[in-house]
Write a protein that binds this ligand. Structure first.
Ligand SMILES: Cc1ncc(COP(=O)(O)O)c(C=O)c1O
Length: 363
């Protein structure tokens, strides 16, 4: 009665279009948070098929799950906690994103000269979130060089992440990133990979993508900028639910928690078993679009935990009929970006919060 149709061929097409536009030698598909809700393995295979040479995750466990699923492509995992499985990551050749001096020491501690840790230093170039801040650049660089001499660490890459505030802030960050690269160079490090841009940065700052563009949200089909719009990206997830109950209600009848919706006339209500526990944003109450047949409706009243109501008026509706909450606009379906807009959030949140109760059906 619920289904998230996942279309890997669209992820592949999106990655190809983005990579061609970014014109970087290599690209990475970011598959953290279960591939932004699409299924990490499904997304990873689609990205690799489209020519991506790297996969990116936040957690080490996410990277280990890819290895366990048979993915042997290079993977970078950039969030390391005190209890992260660093030793296992090193054993299976996962690159560790280093945002703090202690993480470099932990990587070295779990490495051996037979199996050194491969790391990528993450530079905080101005976002003030993850990454090494300026006072750490020189000490971490010389410590990393020392570990390289001992044969415990290999610094394969250096990267940063952009705040997306504006092209001006992108450029300010990239200038600071350049200063960090110079500090690392002075310490004797010669990383082979330099990367800065994700979905927006790698496209909106042409020529500054360095060796690798890291694609997340745009690869799943969501355009954030006019440059993305021109690429014809298509959402790869379609969320549908079957009508499980229909009923007639008289005019003036309240609907749902707090009775925030009142029927305007005698009408037919259709109940769909999708709610906020499935990832339907509760802030989309009385606003989120739903397509039933070839008609477009709005959620009537509150999004509940497990269900929503649709006021279909006098349109014919049958139990078993599928309603689409979000999918590919080129097929007449609302985009998850529309749900995000009416819910005061971003498409990232809508797709990545898709509930575990919704079966992913891979096409
Ligand atoms: C380091 C890094 N690279 C790439 C991405 C992908 O970003 P986007 O989904 O905007 O492409 C993220 C997302 O948070 C990230 O943290």
């Amino acid at each position: 009665m619920r289904e998230a149709l996942i279309r890997p061929s669209l992820i592949s097409a999106n990655v190809e279009a983005l990579h061609a536009r970014a014109a970087t030698p290599q690209s990475m598909l970011v598959v953290k948070a279960d591939g932004y809700g699409h299924g990490a393995l499904t997304a990873a295979r689609a990205g690799l098929e489209a020519g991506a040479t790297w996969l990116g995750t936040a957690d080490i466990d996410e990277a280990l799950a890819l290895r366990a699923g048979g993915i042997d492509a290079p993977i970078l995992a950039w969030l390391i906690g005190p209890d992260s499985a660093v030793a296992e990551a090193i054993q299976v050749g996962i690159d560790l994103g280093i945002s703090s001096p202690w993480q470099l020491d932990v990587a070295a501690k779990h490495a051996t000269t037979a199996t050194p840790a491969t790391v990528q230093l993450k530079i905080d170039s101005g976002m003030g979130r993850g990454g090494l801040t300026e006072p750490d650049w020189a000490p971490v660089a010389s410590r990393a060089k020392e570990y390289e001499r001992q044969g415990l660490i290999r610094v394969r890459g250096v990267f940063t992440h952009l705040s997306l505030e504006s092209t001006t802030s992108d450029n300010t960050q990239l200038e600071r990133f350049e200063r960090a690269l110079a500090v690392l160079h002075d310490a004797g490090l010669r990383p082979e990979l330099t990367h800065a841009g994700a979905s927006v940065g790698s496209i909106r700052t042409p020529g500054r993508g360095y060796d690798l563009a890291r694609f997340g949200i745009a690869a799943y089909g969501f355009a954030l900028t006019p440059e993305h719009e021109a690429l014809g990206l298509r959402p790869a997830m379609r969320l549908s639910g079957q009508v499980i109950v229909t009923k007639r209600l008289p005019a003036g009848h309240g609907v749902g928690y707090d009775l925030t919706y009142t029927t305007a006339s005698d009408t037919t209500m259709a109940i769909i078993p999708l709610g906020y526990a499935d990832g339907v944003p509760r802030h989309g109450s009385s606003a989120g679009p739903v397509v039933l047949g070839d008609q477009r409706f709005q959620v009537a009243g509150r999004v509940s935990m497990d269900q929503i109501s649709i006021d279909v008026g006098d349109h014919p509706v049958q139990v078993g009929q599928w309603a689409v909450l979000w999918g590919d606009p080129t097929e007449g379906h609302p985009s998850a970006a529309e749900w995000a807009a009416v819910s005061g959030t971003i498409p990232y949140e809508v797709v990545s919060l898709l509930g575990s109760r919704v079966p992913r059906v891979v096409q």
